[in-house]
Design a protein around this ligand. Structure first.
Ligand SMILES: Cc1cc2nc3c(=O)[nH]c(=O)nc-3n(C[C@H](O)[C@H](O)[C@H](O)COP(=O)(O)OP(=O)(O)OC[C@H]3O[C@@H](n4cnc5c(N)ncnc54)[C@H](O)[C@@H]3O)c2cc1C
Length: 312
């Protein structure tokens, strides 16, 4: 029998093989290192365990999956319901046939690019520069250096909110720039990627170029969330760039509490040490307003903002 909605959340959740943690700190699980706790954090043992959880989790309980939090701003009031984080049961990588790679959705993007290099396969080098895990890459259509997830994804396995296993084709994702159209309720567990034959030395050289160009242009050692706003021109190399609009609006280096617009790359927000999520989101909104005033362009957040306001 299911416990009543008035029982503590943890008592209403199904028996699983993975782990539950109540009042779990989220800040250490994100790049910004800010934000309040999750009511419950669930780390499933494997995809069957995840499906069991979702099938047995009462429908009124909010569920949010996170990756490694490199595109996530968790608000200071924390996250209601259950946060799911895929763990070691989702980290397998294997070559499939001559030119494909299958990987679990907790695999860091960087590890997929490295595995493709080891297999002598090209086309996945761009993942070398993206610090997320593959579940986040699938959701965000992560991309860099002229390639995006939509260019390399063949299909993905996912689990629905009801606990059913489904397979999604690339077309099912309805990809556009940094966006997928699939339901937020779907949790991706593994994916198949298309690569091509390549020369190991050339692949490695491209990956090294990506590493050094990142170090030169982005504050990758800071507490940040990557690009804050989408480029209004999408992937069009000649379209308007968010960083240029922010710079022209005079926002480079702007500070609010412990939050700062990066001096190095002004589409990045930084937690300089003691920022709250409120500081960071407030600074982002200040920047949007200033850009709107100076250019007429309404920047759209790329970073996913989740959770409750402080005190809510
Ligand atoms: C220094 C830096 C540089 C960056 N450079 C780039 C770049 O060049 N290109 C680029 O595209 N991005 C870039 N990013 C942003 C970020 O790395 C990507 O968006 C990444 O794909 C997010 O993955 P994640 O695991 O961190 O996801 P999270 O930030 O944890 O989550 C992002 C979204 O994905 C969803 N999600 C996560 N896992 C799953 C899953 N298993 N199933 C379903 N949904 C899921 C979450 O619910 C959330 O909506 C950068 C970030 C930083 C900090």
């Amino acid at each position: 029998m299911q416990a009543a909605a008035t029982s503590p959340l943890i008592d209403r959740l199904p028996v699983v093989r993975g782990s539950y943690k109540e009042n779990a700190a989220m800040a250490p699980l994100t790049w910004f290192r800010v934000g309040g706790p999750a009511d419950v954090l669930f780390v499933p043992r494997d995809a069957d365990d995840l499906a069991t959880f979702l099938a047995g989790c009462p429908a009124d309980v909010p569920v949010l999956v996170v990756g490694v939090g490199s595109n996530l701003l968790v608000r200071d009031g924390g996250i209601a319901g259950v946060v799911i984080r895929l763990g070691s049961g989702f980290t397998a990588i294997e070559q499939v046939g001559d030119t494909q790679m299958r990987a679990g959705c907790a695999v860091p993007d960087v590890m997929l690019s490295k595995a493709a290099l080891d297999a002598g396969l090209s086309g996945l080098e761009f993942y070398r520069g993206i610090p997320g895990a593959l579940g986040g890459a699938l959701r965000m259509n992560a991309g860099a250096y002229g390639r995006e997830t939509k260019d390399v994804l063949v299909e993905a396995q996912a689990v629905t909110r009801a606990g059913d296993r489904v397979i999604l084709s690339n077309a099912d994702f309805g990809y556009s720039y940094r966006h997928s159209n699939v339901s937020d309720d779907l949790i991706f567990v593994s994916a198949l990627f298309q690569a091509g034959p390549g020369e190991r030395d050339e692949i490695e050289a491209r990956m090294n170029d990506i590493t050094s160009s990142r170090e030169d242009s982005q504050p990758i050692k800071s507490r940040t969330g990557g690009s804050t706003f989408k480029n209004p021109g999408g992937t069009d190399p000649n379209g308007p760039k968010a960083w240029k609009l922010i710079d022209a609006a005079g926002c480079r280096g702007r500070v609010r509490g412990g939050a700062q617009v990066s001096e190095q790359h002004c589409n990045f927000l930084i937690n300089t040490g003691n920022a709250t999520a409120t500081d960071l989101e407030g600074l982002g909104e200040e920047v949007r307003a200033q850009v709107k005033m100076t250019s007429g362009i309404d920047l759209q957040w790329e970073i996913k903002r989740v959770g409750r306001e402080a005190g809510a």
